[in-house]
Write a protein that binds this ligand. Structure first.
Ligand SMILES: [Fe+2]
Length: 420
């Protein structure tokens, strides 16, 4: 069928000059374009991303050059010198000091956020789960590049922790039964991104000897805005093994949350960034770091695996990394509190609903019906549809909003389903 000429691709291309809407922002690739510049950063000549091909062919750690202090993942030399006399966050319990650290450096460390018993229980559960998933042939290997010649990276992720132990649900609900510092964590995350935050993903990250380092990144880069005012996302990282440069404690560039956002969205960074350091903290510490902080997985140089749990929280207008409504076991959803359902995105307030059940509706019924093959979405209807078609057992009839409105429907005799 012919369409008006102005609507054709050819016409649109011909009529469009070089200035496209918001082109500078949409195509800027900042801040990573700036970060990738060679000879730009202090103590990180090759930027903040790793190329295994830059490592010597005969390196004892394939794909790595552990002796070159100019690489961002080697932090013992010039990087350590740079940060030595700075007042970087140390494990703390006082909320005011934690607030100051989060504002100043983009992260804070909560001392003994897990009690010894909580730490032991959590470590044992994660270790068992990870071993079980390896044995079942369903382990997930991701987050860092494989060393040259290998098919899989040595970094194991355990996804969707909410299904894998009660203590992980306590982390999501900020229940002190699972995490003794839960109220401090909840307060700091709420102050950073607002009380109505969603849990985006909750995973274990287990690095093994000589994993390649992760490129440094901002977690909230998925929202491509650099905003000086406040972050959009916030991470809670549960440190389950003593962590430091020896086992690839998370690489961070302290203060980068301000340095990257100061130039503004889509703008290049002109001031060299300071070097990255490996985080050092004892097992049981919880690190909170906000979405603008530059960070990445460091290189584990030890013989022992190193485990952290990372929970990402986001503002409710953003998309969750994990589709919890789909991934959660039905028993978790059936027994969940409203607080847990909200955090999982299963009780949306405006976004992420099912067939218009958006506004505070619990979506558990829909999920269970789909699981049982009983969910029927509303398709094409008209007043001329047959009675059988109109009276179908649509999933919407059983949604909270559908049930609420059914008695007041102007047609359909106020019955759900209607009688004719
Ligand atoms: Fe990250």
């Amino acid at each position: 069928m012919a369409i008006p000429e102005e609507f054709s691709r050819e016409y649109i291309d011909r009529a469009s000059d070089d200035t496209h809407l918001y082109q500078a922002v949409v195509t800027s690739k900042e801040p990573y374009r700036s970060l990738a510049r060679r000879d730009f950063h202090q103590s990180a000549d090759h930027g903040f991303s790793h190329k295994a091909s830059d490592a010597p062919a005969n390196s004892p750690a394939p794909g790595l050059d552990l002796d070159n202090p100019q690489l961002y993942y080697n932090t013992d030399g010039a990087a350590a010198d740079y940060w030595r006399d700075k007042d970087l966050p140390k494990p703390e319990r006082d909320i005011n000091q934690l607030r100051r650290d989060l504002a100043e450096w983009g992260y804070c460390l909560i001392d003994q956020a897990l009690s010894p018993t909580q730490l032991q229980r959590m470590s044992a559960r994660v270790r068992d789960q990870a071993a079980g998933e390896r044995k079942a042939g369903i382990a997930s290997w991701m987050g860092t590049e494989p060393v040259p010649g290998e098919k899989l990276t040595t970094t194991q992720f355990v996804h969707c922790l909410i299904n894998k132990g009660e203590q992980f649900l306590h982390c999501v609900e900020h229940n002190t039964d699972g995490v003794q510092a839960a109220h401090v964590i909840e307060r700091l995350v709420s102050e950073s991104i607002g009380e109505r935050f969603l849990m985006s993903s909750f995973i274990a990250i287990i690095t093994n000897k000589h994993n390649l380092p992760q490129a440094l990144h901002q977690d909230q880069a998925i929202a491509p805005f650099q905003d000086m005012a406040a972050p959009y996302t916030c991470n809670t990282m549960f440190i389950l093994d003593n962590m430091g440069p020896h086992n690839g404690g998370t690489l961070v560039v302290p203060g980068s949350h301000k340095l990257l956002s100061a130039p503004g969205t889509g703008q290049p960074i002109d001031t060299p960034l300071p070097p990255a350091i490996n985080l050092s903290a004892p097992a049981g510490t919880v690190m909170i770091f906000e979405g603008r902080l530059l960070h990445g997985t460091g290189v584990n140089r030890s013989d022992a695996a190193r485990t952290v749990l990372v929970m990402n929280s986001i503002k409710p207008f953003m998309r969750q990394q994990e589709l919890h409504l789909f991934s959660a076991h039905s028993s978790i959803l059936e027994n969940a509190s409203d607080k847990l359902l909200y955090r999982l995105g299963a009780m949306p307030t405006g976004l992420g609903g099912i067939e218009g059940a958006w506004n505070g509706d619990r979506l558990v019924g829909q999920r269970l019906a789909m699981e049982q093959g009983n969910y029927l979405a509303v398709g094409e209807l008209s007043p001329h549809s047959s009675k059988q078609e109109l009276a179908q057992n649509f999933g919407y009839r059983h949604s909270e909003v559908g049930t609420r409105q059914a008695p007041h429907q102007p047609e359909g005799a106020g019955k759900n389903p209607p009688t004719f």
